[in-house]
Design a protein around this ligand. Sequence first.
Ligand SMILES: [Zn+2]
Ligand SMILES: [Zn+2]
Length: 471
Amino acid sequence: MLPENCSIEGCAGAVEREYGWSSCETCDLLFCYAHRLDKEHHACPWCSDEEFVERMGTTRIEEFALFLDTIDLDAIAARASTLRNGMPCTAPDPDEVWSSLEHGGYNILLPLTFADDTTWLVRVRRQNSRTASPDMSRHNLLSEVATYRWLASIGYPVPRLFDYATDADDSHGFGKPYILMEKLNGKAFEGKSMPFEDYDDASRDHILRQAAHLHILLANNPLPAVGSLIPSESSPGAVPGPMSDSSPGVAPDFGPFPSARAFWNARIDRKIHDILAKKLYSHGSDALDAYLAMLFFREQVALLFPDRDDGEHYLRHMDDKGDHILIQGSKIIGVVDWEYSRIVSKAEAFSAPLWLYDDFQSIYSGAETSPTSGERQFANILTEMGRPDLAACAERERPYHLLEQVFPCADVTQDWFKEQYTSALLAAVPGNKEQSYQEWKENAFLRYANDEVLRRLVQENDGRTEGTHGE
Ligand SMILES: [Zn+2]
Ligand SMILES: [Zn+2]
């Protein structure tokens, strides 16, 4: 059962867990808005770097120890052996399991080694206060499986997938839902490899050409709707279905959508619903601030997706910051971590991958709006390869990337949202007037004067302010 209440004893404060914002990754506890940033009750946001690392380490050790207690590695090794017609297979010994365990933000990976030195990976979703509900986790796992199958069917380099279980009951004694997949012998690009800018010119060019080829492969295989892939009986075994999502409070019933515009408007509607239901931004004047932010996003979506039907849609790896690419030297041998990937509009799918951005700070503050050298080089290669349409996306569609990064950000009531991210969007999205977010907001009160919800939130806010003064 997932925790539902603020971990401070006796506190009945609302916990905003819909999007995972009320949990602290460092101590894995859940807080109400007031306690999350309260120095006296929650030290994580305020402690020194060393203490932060120590806290994080302790939390992970506890989580992984609990995980290792609930699984049977010999059972999964036996299952793997059966799948390879009895080829002997071994799981790490208890005394080496800690050193062979790898993890990312969402998954734990454990190796299984066969007698012929082939290695498979058992991939298991991490379980903590930010884990999605069992229903959603099941949907996410099925979507991940469907995505790997679909990618393999179009010849995209992904590890082979051998087996999966959506429930502990079907896990052949392992004890948890899992995916069994091939381990590719490459290093994570920009992870265990090195940053892109540190490669020599020839290697950079080689990597960009392979990445461009993969871009074109996805572009040659459009999909009929916006959503996430889910398994299907018909070939190639995957169709667009509801969005997969890592958020703890979200249900697997969002989408598929006929267009990107419909998806974005539904996304905004869902957040407005949660704001009005006081599931989100329920603290002080935050509801008013957050609602205004949603009106702001609605305007950006109308500018970025002027057509209701944007035609074909394409799969995008939503976390393409580099470490999803496995590389040997300068050769891309596979692309992994497709969980939470999404079918999106062409502009969103083919804006440059994140690993081509060298300076996020200047991009997210709106200081840098022209294409980076990496984006230009990538675009030139795509043009050379006969896809000027994709080159244009790589060079010009950063506003779509910004929208995707800015919209889910944890706190639209914080200064960095109001001053930085919004400036970046205002500067990047064509059609915006030259103005600050503060100016946009002041105008919004006039422009949306007849908006019933805005009027109500303003009244509630005025009432609260007067009440405070009267105390
Ligand atoms: Zn904490
Ligand atoms: Zn509390």
